[in-house]
Design a protein around this ligand. Sequence first.
Ligand code: PAF
Length: 280
Amino acid sequence: MKSIASPAELRQILKEWRRDGQRVAFVPTMGNLHAGHGHLVREAGKRADRVVVSIFVNPLQFGPKEDFDRYPRTPGEDAALLESLNVDLLFSPSVADMYPRGRDSSTLVDVPDLSGILCGEFRPGHFVGVATVVAMLLDLVQADCALFGEKDFQQLTIIRRMAEDLLMPTEIIGVPTIREADGLAMSSRNRYLTATERVIAPQLYATLSIARNALLSGKADYATIEAQGRTILASHGFRPDYFTVRDAVTLQVPGPDTVDRVILVAAWLGRARLLDNVRV
Ligand code: PAF
């Protein structure tokens, strides 16, 4: 595996691969890789001749009071995992490489319909930061496809819409969430859970499953299902930001045209803000 930091070098390597007719798959990450990332990389390997992974903890997507400084960074372990998965190229740019004018003077990308709702309501500016960095990375790599986990369902929806709106050539692929044996969705932020909280955490997925069963049994009173979900979570010690049933394409409240529904949750447990979702 080749490991580089320079965007210019990345462009040069990609240019050569493309000239040789090689198909490229890309997995953008913020590092602190776990089995969920490993799964994304393996899926990428099935779809292309070359796999590129980026590791960049993107300051633009963290609010001023959020965990940018203490976000777990494990570059040595990450590189060893990616090497074992036969990744061809690891791109780890510095903040100065990505934002040479500083974060306040950078050009931004916004997906206005989708970035202010759900998590966007609780983390203002977060999805502008995500869309901006992903647009930059997709432009640098010019991959045939890029893979993102469905655990971050709103993020995936925003990236799909951005790629469509900006006529980007890269196919955006969502990969189903990888879970621990007890149902907890894998996430770098699970590290913030204490041992006691880790025992409680699977109740997030269990509560989503209760709501999904209610919908599948024909109940369509979303307000009641959502209120029940929030009550169950609170009874386990979570502090839910939201627990809501949405149209899986528009992320709006389901309407007569809705084909697929998704139940989305964001809830705090101690100092960890956990996200999860289930499709219905
Ligand atoms: O999901 C993540 O790890 C990040 O939000 C992403 C997509 C790599 C952008 O920084």
